[in-house]
Design a protein around this ligand. Structure first.
Ligand code: GDG
Length: 469
């Protein structure tokens, strides 16, 4: 049994990152600041009622600071050295698992030293979780970085209720089988009582693998393993819809939205893309469709412009460096051919921006283009809908984003079919305000009903650990 933590909690979240960032003030002192992001606020009610703890990496390489309390949460930082970050995080997580789980959009690389680091780090998280959890506590482990934690934790703490949620897609068996350590991953996940996926297909793929690899006999959404029933089911994640709606309807944001339109030169139509700069997001797809629309005269610039926000991401990984170069070359090319002085066709921003600015962009955009090749959910699509309290705007959405299952009133596209993407963009640009409002109203009903609280509550309920009121 590992050393006990100073505080033992009855609900413990285990995630790659802590929900805080260390910031340095002008006087050189440092403090922790709650990182923006819905996950922590959705989980907060559960955590507060049950003296919750959160384990994760602080974001800085090297020895982790001691555990501490922050705004009612007990935070347990986990140490990751620079070399571990290279092998575990940038290597195994983001250059092996990430592409493998996203339909091998890029070829995954497999290295034994990366795998070894993944095992070591998962064991470190499991040990810390074991120390932090009170007897019979609920532990909720998050995402592809920590798939071995459930089994490791169960071994040392069979008294715990263990849930796991995968934020990215779980691949079909044919692809998953490429992984040299496929059996260990499936066994790692089976340590949980409940394994949550974004889509029912993820749960189906997983259960099929338990049959194929471990000769288990799944029945319905459950499989018996090691004398326990393990359930695999879908829990589509969402956003804090009401909060986003409020933000986007605030006078400041509405005013900023019209200022953005002016700054863009008052175009007739604005198409918007907002993504982490990732090869799964299909940024190249929409650039190409946009370029072809300009080429064939369906649209003209600067009457119609594309604003692409590409948030910097994983900049030390090779695939990301090449993809960024390609995208930026294409942007330059389109602007060279179709832009004018002071009037580019594509406004490209490789930067992170405040949430308020993002909300204003959503509010200003006539068409939101979300065209990933594969995406667990895609919260940007849901945020756009939440932001359109004015019932304006149209959403073009890839069928391969988890969000497409709920947002059926979007213009759904196959991102591999450029002709289809062009047609959807054309239709979305031409839609009448009344027809746009009808679609937007229907989508807003969905995101209002199935919000982030609904997601967290249904997961905890299925895990058998609703908060006691
Ligand atoms: C993974 C899965 C799944 C983006 N740029 C800025 C900014 N953002 C925010 C968006 C949105 C979030 O980042 C991105 O979330 P997504 O869901 O679109 O994508 P991933 O980062 O790939 O997330 C995904 C998700 O996990 C949750 O389970 O949906 O499928 O891949 O909230 O608004 N926020 C700010 N400035 C930016 O420049 N403030």
């Amino acid at each position: 049994m590992p050393a006990e933590s100073s505080t033992r909690s009855s609900v413990v979240i285990v995630a790659n990152r802590l929900p805080v960032d260390q910031v340095t003030d002008p006087d050189g002192s440092t403090r922790w600041q709650r990182s923006p992001g819905g996950l922590v606020s959705a989980l907060e009610p559960f955590m507060r009622q049950r003296s919750g703890a959160w384990l994760g990496w602080s974001g800085a390489a090297g020895d982790a600071p001691a555990e501490f309390d922050n705004e009612g949460l007990h935070l347990v930082p986990i140490t990751l050295s620079t070399e571990e970050l290279d092998r575990y995080y940038e290597g195994f997580c983001n250059a092996s698992l990430w592409p493998l789980y996203h339909d091998v959009v890029q070829p995954p690389a497999f290295h034994r030293s990366w795998w070894d680091a993944y095992v070591t780090i998962n064991a470190r998280f499991a040990e810390a979780a074991s120390a932090a959890a009170a007897p019979e506590a609920t532990v909720w482990v998050h995402d592809y970085q920590l798939q071995l934690v459930p089994a490791m934790l169960r071994k040392s703490r069979p008294d715990l209720r263990i849930g796991f949620f995968l934020h990215i897609p779980f691949p079909p068996m044919e692809l998953f089988m490429q992984l040299p350590w496929r059996r260990q991953i499936v066994e790692g996940l089976l340590g949980a009582d409940l394994i949550g996926f974004q889509r029912p297909m993820g749960a189906h793929n997983f259960l099929q693998l338990t049959r194929h690899l471990l000769k288990l006999r799944p029945s319905g959404s459950s499989v018996d393993y090691d004398g326990r029933a393990v359930r695999a089911a879908s829990f589509p994640i969402s956003i804090d819809t009401a909060a986003f709606d409020r933000l986007a309807s605030s006078p400041e944001v509405v005013e900023r939205a019209s200022a953005i339109r002016n700054e863009l030169g008052s175009p007739e139509k604005i198409i918007l893309g907002v993504d982490r700069l990732d090869y799964t997001k299909g940024i190249g797809v929409r650039l190409r469709a946009f370029e072809e629309l300009l080429q064939d005269g369906s649209i003209t610039a600067p009457e119609t412009v594309l604003v692409q926000v590409a948030t910097p991401s994983r900049e030390r990984i090779e695939h990301y460096v090449t993809m960024r170069e390609e995208i930026e070359r294409t942007v330059g090319h389109i602007n060279g051919d179709y832009g004018g002085i002071g009037g580019p066709a594509v406004h490209y921003l490789h930067q992170s921006m405040p949430k308020e600015e993002l909300a204003a962009l959503y509010r200003a955009a006539d068409v939101m283009a979300v065209t990933p090749y594969r995406d667990g959910m895609n919260l940007v699509a849901k945020e756009y809908v939440a932001a359109r309290g004015d019932l304006g705007g149209a959403l073009v959405l890839s069928e391969f984003a988890g969000a497409a299952a709920e947002l059926r009133h979007a213009f759904l596209v196959n991102p591999h079919d450029i002709t289809g993407v062009k047609a959807a963009l054309r239709d979305a640009l031409a839609i009448s305000p009344a027809a746009a409002a009808r679609r937007m109203r229907a989508m807003r009903r969905t995101v209002r009903k199935y919000d982030l609280d609904h997601w967290a509550e249904s997961f905890f309920a299925a895990l058998g650990s609703e908060p006691t009121s």
